[in-house]
Every structure is written in structure tokens, then in C-alpha cells.
Design a protein around this ligand. Structure first.
Ligand SMILES: Cc1ncc(COP(=O)(O)O)c(C=O)c1O
Length: 455
């Protein structure tokens, strides 16, 4: 199949034929809201309704066509309705939809493929159908591996919305807070390095990973029961705004974990499977975690996720049953297998590295030229632009974030806001031409909002 199967459908984007959101979007959104509540701020700030997606193009119910800079929500990474993935799912939808956790031919092929692409001996697997369930299974696996029970996660990490996963998250967020007044016993949070806003810095202001590690030593001694099973961390913080730690952080944390016999659990649900130009985001730092979770890009939109542990911990997976209603069903495994094959056949990792570098160069130029861009961050196609009121004080500029989001959407860019950090997660198939088109729309919107605020 031609690598550029999506080009024809993208020829005329953005194509806007009504005011946005259009009349049918507004009608449909209103009618749906009568029955469904709790929508994300992304939807509330721009309530458009979509009817079709093809490659990097989204079409709304009024016929307006958008450039996709969101991949759903980091999900349809190989483009909407990739023919190879969709055909693989359709084949199994017509052949065998579910056989509990019995093995089937496509599951066998997927497991062999995963063992082939993942580093080290990360080859003991369980399948689930959402990222949160895979994370929960990872928490159970950690306890089963070393018999300890305490977990350490980090400020502004996000791991899903079940009770265990929210216990690894910031409790001040409204949706987390209503679950209960405290996090589950034995779950702790520590700061992790954000190079733009360091807690611990050297005399010259540069972030200091060693001080974070020293703090963890003290925290484990003073703040825990000395029974820590694992650090649970996103390799790069997606929800928080595409925040990557300095390059020396994870190698130092891994060495720290080994010294203290603590497992390193990397939640790669958002950052893994090619989004940063590597199968495993952790590979940027040559770190092989003990426990890994995959989701989102893994099935290009079909709900399929995985928990993977190192081979030496395989026996622990026997203790935490692998069966669930949907985990590892033939359609799910077919979607994941086809997605991995597409990444290989279409040389997607290389595209992400090359186009991702071009995006970062352009974003750095934007940072130099715009008074409200405090920082630009990311790797590959996991990117963020941090808006501040003043570059010296770094005061977050949430109001500008909202307006830039709405303004760029109204120009035909379907994307994801995160308060004052503009998050970008384009489909990994996107070439430089369309990537720059997206940044043009964002930069024009930033310019307009700057003018509005008198910069
Ligand atoms: C790092 C991370 N882990 C877990 C999850 C939860 O995944 P899901 O929404 O598929 O349950 C998410 C979702 O955004 C995530 O970003």
C-alpha cells in the first residue's frame, strides 16, 4: 500500500463552509448534552460534532474539514481509518469477535511481534481494553512481584481514572477530588523534574536531577513505611503539557531504583508506540523499565492496551489473572498487530523524528518572537507550547491558552488544550507541509490573542 494513502483526502484542508461550530454541530451538541454530562474542556470550549475521519483530516457534521493535530486524544496515531488497521479489525469482526482469554492466531502473532520490537526482555504480556485497566494491572503486578505495597508517583502525572490510578495523580483536580477525600493508603507523590519550572536547581539555574534523587532517598526514609514496591511514572507527562525530564533523570532514577530494590513502572500509554519516535519513550534514555503499559496508539483507535513486564517477573503475572471480558480479543489483537506492522512498513518512527525536529525548530523560533511563549517542549510528535504572562515571572497565562485554542480551532485545527500549555499530538503519518500548516494556524492565533491582550 502506498505510504501516502491519506494525501488525497487532505488536499483541500482546512475547508470551512459555515461559521464554527456550525448549525448542525450546535444542534447535535445541545441535544446530546441533555442526556450526557461530564464532557472534557476540549469539547466544552469548542463543541463541534464530527462525522468522519480519514488520515489527517476530520470532517464535522456541517461539512467543514479540519487538519487533525490531536489524533483523537493521542489515539489514532497512524491516521483515522488506516486501511490496513481497519481491514484487520473488519476481518476478525467477521471471523471471531471474542473467545475470552483463549489463544487465537492473531494473539500469537502479536505477542511474538511485541517481543521482537520491545527492548531487553520485556516480553511477558497481558492485554486489556483501556489504559486505566492496564495501569491497574501494573499496580497489581508490582505488588505480586516483590510483595511490597507502597507506590510513589509524581506531581502532575496522570494514569487514568480508576481508584488505583487516581491515587497516582494530583488530588486537587476536580474530577479526582470527588472520588474521595484522600488517596488510597500507601500511595505517595513526589516532585519530578520540569526543566522550565525546577524545584531543585544548580547555582546557575539549570535543573539538578541529583537533588531530586536525593530527595527521594530522604522521602522514602522519612515519609513511607519503607515498603515501596514501585515508582509509577509517565516517561513524559502528557496531560500536564508534554513535559519531558532532563536526559539524565531516568538513567539516575533507574540506578536509584536498582540500588533500593524498587521497580520502575513506566506508564507509556500516551508516550509509547512511536509518538516520540521510539517504540518506548524510555528508549530515548536507554532505560528499560521493569513494568510498562501501552494504550492509545497501540490499536490506532481500537480499544486495546497492554501490560508488559520483564521475563524474570513473568511468574507474577500468573498471580494476577489475565482474563477480562474484552482484553486480547481477536479484533483488538488484529488492530495492534496491524498498527505495529504499519509503523514498520511506512517507516513511521523516522518520519516522527525528522518532522518532529522540524516542528521543534519552528517552535523555538516562535518562542524567540512571541512575548507570551515562555517555553516550548517535546520530542517527536508529543509537543507543547507554554504560555506565560511575562517571561521573567513565568506566570501561567490560562486565559490566553483558552483563546488560542478556540481561535486555532475556528481556523480549522482540531487539537487539544491543557490550560496554559498548548498540547499537540498530530498523527504520526503527517509530513512537514501539514505540520507547518498546523503551526501556522497556531502562530496566527497566538498573534491575534497577543494583540487582544495588548502585547
Ligand atoms: C499516561 C496515561 N496513562 C493512562 C491513561 C488512561 O488511559 P484510558 O483513558 O485509555 O483509560 C492515560 C489517558 O490519558 C494516560 O495519558
Amino acid at each position: 500500500m502506498a505510504k501516502e494513502w491519506w494525501k488525497k483526502s487532505a488536499q483541500d484542508i482546512p475547508k470551512l463552509i459555515t461559521e464554527l461550530p456550525g448549525p448542525e454541530s450546535r444542534r447535535m451538541h445541545k441535544s446530546t448534552q441533555r442526556y450526557m454530562r461530564g464532557l472534557s474542556s476540549q469539547v466544552q470550549l469548542f463543541p463541534v460534532c464530527f462525522k468522519e475521519g480519514h488520515g489527517i483530516t476530520l470532517t464535522d457534521v456541517d461539512g467543514n474539514r479540519y487538519l487533525d493535530f490531536s489524533s483523537g486524544i493521542y489515539v489514532t496515531s497512524l491516521g483515522h481509518s488506516h486501511p490496513k488497521v481497519s481491514e484487520a479489525v473488519a476481518h476478525w469482526a467477521n471471523t471471531l469477535m471474542n473467545c475470552h482469554d483463549f489463544t487465537h492466531p492473531v494473539k500469537e502473532k502479536l505477542l511474538i511481534k511485541m517481543a521482537d520490537i520491545l527492548p531487553g526482555n520485556l516480553n511477558s504480556v497481558q492485554f486489556y481494553s483501556d489504559g486505566t485497566s492496564a495501569v491497574e494491572a501494573g499496580l497489581r503486578a508490582a505488588r505480586a512481584i516483590n510483595g511490597r505495597h507502597e507506590f510513589i508517583s509524581a506531581y502532575r502525572d496522570f494514569h487514568g481514572k480508576s481508584m488505583g490510578a487516581v491515587s497516582c495523580a494530583q488530588m486537587a483536580r476536580g474530577d479526582v477530588f470527588v472520588y474521595g477525600p484522600t488517596r488510597a493508603p500507601g500511595f505517595y507523590m513526589v516532585p519530578r523534574p520540569d526543566p522550565y519550572r525546577p524545584h531543585f536547581a544548580k547555582a546557575d539555574g539549570a535543573i539538578d536531577s541529583d537533588q531530586y534523587i536525593d530527595f527521594y532517598t530522604e522521602f522514602i526514609r522519612e515519609g513511607t513505611a519503607g515498603n515501596v514496591t514501585a515508582f509509577v511514572l509517565e516517561p513524559a507527562q502528557g496531560w500536564a503539557g508534554s513535559i519531558f525530564p532532563p536526559d539524565d533523570f531516568f538513567p539516575k532514577l533507574k540506578a536509584f531504583c536498582e540500588k533500593h530494590d524498587i521497580l520502575l513502572f513506566a506508564d507509556e500509554v500516551l508516550a509509547g508506540m512511536g509518538r516520540t519516535g521510539e517504540w518506548l519513550c524510555m528508549s530515548h534514555w536507554d532505560v528499560i523499565p521493569d513494568i510498562v503499559t501501552f494504550g492509545k496508539s497501540f490499536g490506532n483507535g481500537f480499544p486495546v492496551t497492554a501490560l508488559v513486564v520483564k521475563e524474570e517477573y513473568a511468574a507474577a503475572l500468573d498471580k494476577i489473572s489475565a482474563s477480562s471480558s474484552y482484553g486480547g480479543n481477536p479484533m483488538a489483537c488484529a488492530a495492534a498487530l496491524a498498527s505495529i506492522q504499519v509503523i514498520e512498513e511506512e517507516d513511521i518512527l523516522e518520519n516522527v523524528r525528522v518532522v518532529g525536529d522540524a516542528l521543534m525548530r519552528r517552535m523555538k523560533k516562535m518562542q524567540d518572537e512571541h512575548p507570551i511563549i515562555g517555553d516550548v517542549k517535546g520530542k517527536g510528535f508529543l509537543l507543547g507550547i507554554e504560555l506565560v504572562k511575562d517571561k521573567a515571572t513565568k506566570e501561567p497565562f490560562g486565559e490566553a491558552g483558552k483563546l488560542v485554542y478556540q481561535n486555532a480551532f475556528a481556523r480549522g485545527l482540531a487539537w487539544i488544550p491543557a490550560g496554559h500549555i498548548l498540547r499537540m499530538s498530530p498523527p504520526l503519518i503527517m509530513d512537514e507541509h501539514y505540520a507547518m500548516m498546523g503551526l501556522d494556524m497556531i502562530e496566527d492565533s497566538i498573534r491575534q490573542v497577543e494583540k487582544q491582550f495588548g502585547y
